[in-house]
Design a protein around this ligand. Structure first.
Ligand code: PLP
Length: 367
């Protein structure tokens, strides 16, 4: 067996000890004689797995007691509809547009409510977004049911290093964040965030699980058309077991949370993520123009690093030669082209070091 360093944006690399443990327990979980995939979600064994997973997650992200954690399905794209169905009350909601994913969210929300654009970076140097609109410039609608933003744009490589404080902007609307691609890479400031959601397959575990954190006082206002299985109140009242939850993905996510706790928790992993990102951006910026990243220094993503060679004909040979040395999934998203390295929690520093060495050698031999 040969493990590659996998820079995929998602589904993405998982910690090796997690995969080993899942493999070891595959046929017989803790002497039960059955594997997790084969268990009733209502049985005692899975109950234990589920409770431990939620408790660990709450501990790691310091989730306040007045927030529900919902284990759902459908991914962040389904949440783009589920969210307005639950929280818009059919009224006005504000969206901040900062890249591909936040634009998709606004478009979907408009099917269910009056979705307005409070701010956008669309005019900043197309085709690549460079910056995030400064919160003081946002045009927030009075009485909006919520304000939505994407705290890490996976494709464009932009990250809010701090989520804005809406109260400081004169708004008491709840802030909703799509944090799919940096969930658990850093702490969440719950004094500013009312709802957070994300698919698991970037930084948490296998595809199929969507995590939703929702402040309790926002529950109970779903539109009549909201499917019961997607009604946050129904999901919460049933402990995420109104219908069968993605049991295997929850189990593996729980193993990832155990691993994260062993790494020292979210603050410790954040420090390492900062170190890994600094190393990679330094290699790009220090390449004498061979590589470039278009994003302003203050809003570069620590998780998803898009970069471009000075000549686009070099992208394919770069990807190919990287793969030959075990550095895989480095092709940029089809909508922006170029290259992209996703360096989530589970990507070790050695993986980023190996990528940087490859970048330097490639530049030297194609200069
Ligand atoms: C991946 C991603 C999505 C889409 O997630 P699905 O699970 O495919 O629905 C949405 N938003 C962000 C920020 C993402 O990274």
């Amino acid at each position: 067996m040969r493990r590659a360093f996998n820079f995929s944006a998602g589904p993405a690399t998982l910690p090796v000890p997690v995969l080993e443990r899942a493999a070891a327990e595959m046929l017989d979980w803790h002497g039960s004689g059955i594997g997790v995939m084969e268990m009733s979600h209502r049985g005692r064994e899975f109950g234990e797995i589920f409770e431990r997973c939620e408790a660990r997650l709450r501990e790691l992200l310091a989730v306040p007691a007045n927030y529900k954690v919902l284990f759902m399905q459908g991914g962040a794209l389904a949440e783009n509809a589920i969210l307005p169905l639950n929280l818009s009350r059919g009224g006005v909601v504000d969206h901040v547009l900062t890249g591909s994913w936040s634009k998709k969210s606004a478009k979907e929300a408009a099917r269910y409510c009056d979705a307005r654009v409070a701010a956008s970076n669309e005019l900043d140097t197309a085709p690549h977004h460079r910056s995030l609109p400064v919160p003081a410039s946002w045009r927030l609608s009075p009485g909006a049911s919520y304000v939505h933003l994407c705290s890490n744009e996976t494709i464009d490589g932009l990250e809010f290093h701090e989520v804005p404080d809406l109260r400081a902007l004169g708004s008491d609307a709840p802030l909703v964040i799509d944090c799919s691609s940096h969930l658990a890479s850093r702490p969440i400031d719950w004094s500013r965030v009312a709802v957070a959601y994300g698919g698991a397959q970037k930084n948490i575990g296998p595809a199929g699980l969507t995590l939703v954190f929702v402040r309790e006082d926002l529950l109970g206002h779903a539109l009549a058309a909201c499917p019961s299985a997607f009604d946050y109140s129904v999901v919460a009242a049933n402990g995420s077991m109104y219908n069968t939850p993605p049991t295997w993905a929850i189990y593996v996510a729980g193993l990832v949370f155990d691993w994260l706790a062993e790494q020292g928790g979210v603050e410790a992993i954040e420090r390492r993520n900062i170190e890994k990102a600094a190393l990679l951006y330094a290699a790009i910026d220090g390449s004498g123009g061979f590589y470039r990243n278009p994003v302003d220094l203050g809003c570069r993503s620590r998780m998803n690093v898009p970069f471009f060679a000075h000549d686009e004909r070099l992208h394919a040979p770069f990807v190919e030669s990287a793969a030959a040395r075990g550095l895989v999934q480095l092709k940029g998203h089809k909508s922006v082209g170029g290259l992209r390295a996703s360096i989530y929690n589970a990507m070790p520093l050695e993986g980023v070091q190996a990528l940087v060495s490859h970048m330097q050698e490639f530049a030297a031999s194609h200069g």
